[in-house]
Ligand binder design. Structure first.
Ligand code: ZN
Length: 136
């Protein structure tokens, strides 16, 4: 079951600048904000907690990663929507049965979570991520 919108991710050129504007718009406190580098994805990420969901700002690290390429092609804007599940494998299986195919195998994303992305061609050009939090 999909239980929650975990985050909405936006690609930005300048993380500090974007974070400041979103922080101000939302009225977020320091406790609501987390900044993290994910070298494997070549991004720097700022999470702003908003209720049960987060706004995730993605800034490229260098010019070789997917966010850098996205910005080059499309400029700043909505990058993906992440939907939370407690059973990633079951949700992938359910989607595949409906002919909605993941574009990669499940992998470890920011914050030590299991994630998988679906083909945006099937979802009105919006990249959709399924995410399962790892219980520790
Ligand atoms: Zn994400």
């Amino acid at each position: 079951m999909i239980s929650n919108i975990d985050h909405i991710a936006i690609a930005v050129h300048d993380l500090e600048n974007a974070l400041e504007r979103f922080r101000t718009l939302i009225g977020a406190t320091d406790e609501q904000i987390l900044i993290e580098e994910v070298p494997s994805e070549k991004v720097r990420v700022a999470f702003i907690q908003v209720g049960n969901s987060k706004i995730e700002l993605l800034e490229p690290l260098g010019t070789a990663g997917p966010i850098s390429k996205f910005l080059e092609k499309r400029g700043e804007g909505l990058h993906h929507i992440a939907l939370e599940t407690e059973n990633l494998e079951a949700e992938i299986e359910r989607a595949v049965k409906e002919n909605l195919l993941p574009i990669s195998n499940p992998s470890e994303g920011a914050g030590g979570k299991k994630v998988v992305f679906f083909n945006p061609k099937d979802t009105s050009k919006v990249l959709v991520e399924f995410i399962q939090k790892i219980q520790d």
